[in-house]
Structures are given as C-alpha cells and as structure tokens.
Design a protein around this ligand. Sequence first.
Ligand code: E4P
Length: 218
Amino acid sequence: MKIFLDTASIDEIKKANGVIPLDGVTTNPSLIMKEGKDYKETLKEITKIVDGPISAETISPDAASMAREGKDFAKIHKNIVIKVPMTPEGMKACRILTAQNIRVNTTLVFSANQALMAAKAGTFLVSPFIGRLDDIGQTGMDLIREIKTIYSNYGYRTQILAASIRHPIHVKEAALIGADICTLPYKVFEQLFQHSLTDSGIKKFLDDWDKLQKGLKK
Ligand code: E4P
C-alpha cells in the first residue's frame, strides 16, 4: 500500500519523508489554511520534496471553472493531481481534465455508488472519507471494502485512496482490504512506528549492556 501524507506542512513532509520515502501528499483548503501560506507556493515546495502524486484541491462551483483552476495548478509540476468534489459538476471537470492528461482525485466520497460514478468519469484516484463516516456512526471501512469489490468486479483502474484517517487501526484495515493508498495525518504517521514493547525492549537491552560494561570494568 502506498503511503501519502495528508498535510500542507513542509516541516511534517520533510520529517516523514526522512523516515520512509513518501509515495505522495494530499492537501485541501483546510490544511492550507492551517499553515497560512500561499497555496501554489506550498505545492511547488512539496513537489521538490516528494516524487509522487501531490493533490491540489479546486474550490470553484462549476465544471468549467474547476477545470480552469485545475489546469492552472497542473502547470506547477507534472506530479500535481487535481482534486474535484464528487458532484455532477466535479465529474464533468474530471472528464475535461482527464481528456487533457491531467490526473484527477475525486474527493468527498461517502458511498460506493459515488465511487462507481467517479471511476466511470475516469478519475485517477478516488478518496473515500473513512473518519468522517465513523464520526456519524457508520463504519467507514465498509466503504473501502465495497469499492474494492466493485472496482475489481469490473476492472476499473481507479486507485482507492483511503482518506480521513484518524488512527493506526484505520491504516491496518485499509491495508488488509487492499486499498491502493492511505493518506495519513502526521500524528498517525508517527503512531505507526510506536509500540510499548519496542520501547521496553530497547530499555532492557541498554540496561543489560550497561551492566555488562560495569562488570567488565571490575
Ligand atoms: C484528503 O485528501 C482529505 O482531504 C482528508 O483526508 C480529510 O480528512 P479529515 O476528515 O480529517 O478532514
């Protein structure tokens, strides 16, 4: 499974990419707002750090303006992928951009039928939002399972990007189901490396090593 970071923080991207090579990055207007920096400049900086799909989200209401915005973002770098919302206008924009060889990430996907429509519109990535479904009392991960089945039933090549990830269990389950990509907030990325038995194991080895050194000095 490919691992993307879900952030617009250059610092977080550099730190994570220093540990494992990131496969891509997803951004959205809320994440950009958090950083308070220019969107295009931030995207440009990210493309210099990570060699993989970098999602940039459109904010226009209609297909023609979404496509215009998308074309503008796509000029930044060949790795820029354009996020459009799962709406009929978004799907029209997806077709316009795809026809011009600009890859699309269909975002805000909350049902299997929406994912089916996105695949039919030719989207490169589909982003089901797991955590936001859990938040309203549904089982977000069921959606990943359904999309996986539908796409494999018909051989759609759209990649499933598990988004709105809240904790490491989401990551494990997405990997077990066979999601193509999981995009992680930095906090969850850090949690993937942690285990209390790893920490206590390191401590025990170091303590024993110290004891041995002291014994040898006697
Ligand atoms: C990624 O592409 C999405 O925008 C993001 O994962 C949404 O996450 P949230 O539900 O935590 O805002």
